[in-house]
Design a protein around this ligand. Structure first.
Ligand code: H2B
Ligand code: FE
Length: 317
């Protein structure tokens, strides 16, 4: 039934396991494809995610020394660059999360600890997922202020590369942003609009998500800072996207910057395996949110959906 959508947080259990891949089935060009130990671990973590039930504590993962070493390799590359290239909201949250929920070079934070922290800030929460969901299912989770998050890490042979979301991307890129009220509301706005939306509108929302939550920039004292998780978790692209970078050799191979406008971003195609040729720049996160809200209000939908945080349910009128 295409008109079905989750009305209560518990119904995210029904969509969490509709992953597009099996979660642990790696493509032949995946860096871990020939590593049986890695594949075994992926299968184990996929099972943890598949068995998760919405009102239970999120299982703590006992990360191995090798996994923590991979995390540390990413951390070492990112930490200094984030100071100069991440937006102020990110930096504030990241600092607090180092104090309150186990973020450090030598410790991979746990989804439950992050959820407990976010509860007091914005009410956002993490929930384990084994692999990629459809855009509709993934965005539907955001309506419940819920972020579907993987729990595995990329293969240690290529610490700065991952063909799919992993904990370095989810926990370093996404999680700190959800502690910001405007960003949390912005994300939920996309989610609410996706409930029962047409396939065409879901695609627009997914493309808006891509150009903002993944690759968004915002202005700060005349400079461009990153708030998108794809940038905040990628050493090379974070430098590339922010304006002061000039490639060695002098060729002015610069991306195009466009003002954040959901009507434009929602139809703007993008590559998924290379750096983005176009970035959208918001005046502020608050501006990103209000533009997104107006855009969503203009989408053709026979009803308006709202979220009641006290009952974790959606009501429509
Ligand atoms: N699924 C999962 N598990 N994680 C994501 O980050 C993700 C997804 N992103 N499905 C979605 C698709 C995104 O690319 C947009 C909404 O299509
Ligand atoms: Fe992401």
């Amino acid at each position: 039934d295409v008109n079905w959508f989750p009305r209560h947080l518990s119904e995210l259990d029904l969509i969490a396991n509709r992953t597009l891949d099996a979660g642990a089935d790696l493509e032949s060009d995946h860096p871990g494809f020939n590593d049986q130990v890695y594949r075994g671990r992926r299968a184990e973590l996929a099972t943890v995610a598949q068995q998760y039930v919405w009102n239970e504590p999120i299982p703590m993962i006992d990360y191995t020394a090798d996994e923590v070493a991979t995390w540390a390799a990413v951390w070492d590359r990112m930490e200094g660059l984030l100071d100069t290239h991440a937006c102020a909201e990110y930096k504030r949250s990241f600092k607090a999360m180092k104090e309150h929920c186990g973020y450090s070079r030598d410790n991979i934070p746990q989804q439950q600890d992050i959820t407990d922290y976010l509860k007091d800030k914005t009410g956002f929460r993490m929930r384990p997922v084994a692999g990629l969901l459809s855009s509709r299912d993934f965005l539907n989770g955001l309506a419940f202020r819920t972020f579907f998050s993987t729990q595995y890490i990329r293969h240690h042979s290529m610490p700065l590369y991952t063909p799919e979301p992993d904990i370095c991307h989810e926990l370093l890129g996404h999680a700190p942003m959800f502690a910001d009220q405007d960003f949390a509301d912005f994300s939920q706005e996309i989610g609410l609009a996706s409930l029962g939306a047409s396939d065409e509108d879901v695609q627009k929302l997914a493309w808006c998500y891509w150009h903002s939550v993944e690759f968004g920039l915002c202005k700060e004292d005349g400079e461009h800072k990153a708030y998108g998780a794809g940038l905040l978790s990628s050493f090379g692209e974070l430098e590339y996207a922010c304006a002061d970078y000039r490639p060695a050799g002098g060729t002015e191979d610069r991306p195009e910057l466009k003002p954040w406008d959901p009507a434009v971003a929602g139809v703007q195609e993008f590559p998924i395996t290379t750096y983005q040729p176009i970035y959208f720049v918001a005046e502020s996160l608050n501006d990103a949110k209000s533009k997104m809200r107006s855009f969503c209000e203009g989408l053709k939908k026979p009803f308006l959906s709202r979220h009641n945080p006290n009952t974790d349910s959606i009501w429509v009128d």
